[in-house]
Ligand binder design. Sequence first.
Ligand SMILES: [Zn+2]
Ligand SMILES: [Zn+2]
Ligand SMILES: [Zn+2]
Length: 227
Amino acid sequence: MGIDINTVLAMRCPDCGKMEFHEFSRFSIARGHAFHVTCSCGATKLTVSTKNLSCYWLQVPCVVCETKHLREISGKRLWSGEVVTLSCDDTDMELGHIGPASKVKEMTASYEQELEALVNEFGCDSYFNNSKIMYEVLSCLHEIAERGELYCQCGNYKIEVDIFPDRLELQCKNCDSLNIIYAETEEDLKVIQQVDMIELARHGFKCLDSLANTGKSKKARRKRSKT
Ligand SMILES: [Zn+2]
Ligand SMILES: [Zn+2]
Ligand SMILES: [Zn+2]
């Protein structure tokens, strides 16, 4: 196994809310010069500085506190090849992850595998009211999760997915929030195709259709689930 030179920061921007992966290496950080990781919107997401390359200071802007948290970390730990989780000092909410690209991406991709396992589990088509729509909705969900855009407001990116004949229930085990996505009609599919990200409300409950549509298609929502 070679040395993983490139490290990534996976972090949601405190300013624009976008989830991005930023690559950098230990060689991009020089003694006495603050190194900034910047979001595509221009906001600073992380500032790294070091005087001696054995001890680093990380400055992380926090969405919750609207201030910066300062964390001291040894070079040994930072470049250890293990994932470093940046979190808010006050609320413990996870703000981002630093580590080898493969591991960090694995963390954000773990629900993808869960999804696949679930689909295999329900391998027979007859389980679903409309298996074609269900599979398409699942693959949209895949893509959203792959981009790191499926998460809960409490900071959890490991969203559990329960599959029912007519819908998916996304659940955050951290704070018990629930989000329902219907998957039985073309209309349901359109809804998820229009969505860029799915954010579960902390401790909350919502249906995806109420979040994506401005009322007009909500009318017959529950009528057809009876059959
Ligand atoms: Zn931004
Ligand atoms: Zn904080
Ligand atoms: Zn949560």
